[in-house]
Design a protein around this ligand. Structure first.
Ligand code: ZN
Length: 407
């Protein structure tokens, strides 16, 4: 068990945890009871004290939950638990579909059970204390069950397809698996709003009125075919506001959280929509899908080189190389590469955010967008002054200050 792979996996896992903690430490040290100069006036003193408290509470909670899962996973790796678990299941079945599905299914279930108390605490203690939570205990449990059911069905479906390909496609495994997974995620993006969202939320077309007219006026000016504008009942879970763009072609739609409509005025909402339209017009959605399809292909190819690896299975405490042990071993080894890919994706995403902001500004909506962003930031008690390294590493959006300067 204690071969080279074992030591590489443990080192990667420990280093990435330590690095994550360094970043949060840098962020905590940067917290200040003073509001950055350019943002003076967006908070009153009590609200700002609350924001600081919220940031600190979340950071401490992150340390606790992150530390806990670090200890659990490290023990699993050090004691070769995954291999032991594989052996145990093999006493009951060695069937090529049943064994890996059972293996992943039960691990997923264990993960959900371990996560549950943390999520419960976060929703009903932290978010509740700061006035964000609107979810009831019943709704929370129902959401959790639906989530598990959905990942069993969807995850089971795609895993079954990949396992079949692995069994029968030989050297073409990576290519066919890539096509299958990409096709699956394309279909999911296409039907996300119609199949998945209704399981959790109600979406109603935005009613005629001042807001709809203003949005349609903007769409005409921008030369944008926009028929599907929906309002979603985000307020049944949280007071935090959001808006997003989904789908493409005929299936594209803009979704506004009802909470956003309570907090912003008409011009500000149009500015937020103009930003979202910018993402579409500048083809960010297509490009980011393309990027993810390409990285999926490369990942599958490298994965295919590791699946039959005896030493990798042994490093996890197993005896026989198998698809499931190979996949887990690979994802642990591949973590630094995923991290670098993530950095690149975040970098591109931040660049796209500036472009979408600039698009909104072209239509004279720059000022309205700044005031909308300020309101959203205050309303969700966002961090005004994160450490630049944390922004570089984790942020998919530039900070409020950076966006204000650019606008
Ligand atoms: Zn954006």
């Amino acid at each position: 068990m204690y071969n080279l792979y074992f030591f590489i996996i443990i080192s990667i896992f420990v280093l990435s945890f330590v690095w994550g903690q360094v970043l949060s430490y840098l962020n905590r040290k940067r917290m200040s009871p003073l509001i950055p100069k350019e943002l003076e006036g967006i908070y009153n003193p009590e609200e700002y004290a609350k924001q600081q408290d919220y940031q600190k509470t979340n950071s401490r909670f992150g340390l606790l939950s992150g530390g806990f899962s670090f200890v659990v996973i490290l023990s699993v790796l050090l004691f070769g638990f995954l291999g032991w678990f594989d052996d145990l299941l093999r006493e009951y079945t060695e069937q090529f579909l049943v064994l890996p599905l059972l293996f992943f299914g039960l691990l997923m279930l264990a993960n959900a059970i371990i996560d549950f108390p943390f999520e419960w605490y976060e929703t009903f203690t932290i978010e509740e204390r700061f006035g964000f939570n609107k979810s009831t205990r019943k709704l929370f449990l129902l959401d959790g069950l639906k989530g598990i059911l959905l990942s069993v069905i969807l995850g089971g479906l795609i895993l079954t397809a990949v396992l079949y390909i692995y069994q029968y496609a030989g050297q073409w495994f990576w290519l066919l698996a890539w096509l299958a997974v990409s096709g699956f995620s394309l279909v999911m993006t296409f039907f996300y709003s119609e199949w998945i969202v209704p399981l959790f939320n109600k979406q109603t077309p935005l009613a005629d009125g001042e807001l709809r007219t203003a949005i349609e006026n903007f769409a005409r000016k921008a030369g944008f075919q926009l028929t599907d504008i929906y309002v979603m009942d985000g307020s049944k879970r949280s007071t935090k506001a959001n808006a997003y763009f989904t789908g493409f072609g005929k299936k594209k739609r803009i979704v506004l959280f009802d909470t956003l409509m309570n907090d912003l005025n008409t011009e500000e909402i149009v500015a937020v929509l103009a930003h979202e339209t910018g993402h579409y017009k500048k083809k960010h959605i297509i490009y980011s899908m393309l990027l993810s399809v390409l990285t999926t292909g490369a990942t599958f190819y490298i994965l295919s080189l590791f699946l039959e690896n005896q030493q990798l299975a042994e490093a996890l405490g197993g005896k026989t190389p198998s698809f499931h042990l190979g996949l887990i071993g690979f994802s642990l080894l591949f973590a630094p590469v995923s991290e670098i890919l993530g950095l690149a994706v975040n970098f591109i995403s931040r660049k796209n955010e500036y472009e979408a902001d600039a698009f909104a500004a072209q239509f004279g909506l720059g000022e309205a967008l700044v005031s909308a962003l300020k309101k959203i930031s205050v309303q969700s008690l966002s961090n005004l002054n994160p450490h630049p390294l944390v922004v570089f590493w984790h942020y998919s959006h530039p900070t409020l200050l950076q966006r204000m300067h650019a606008l």
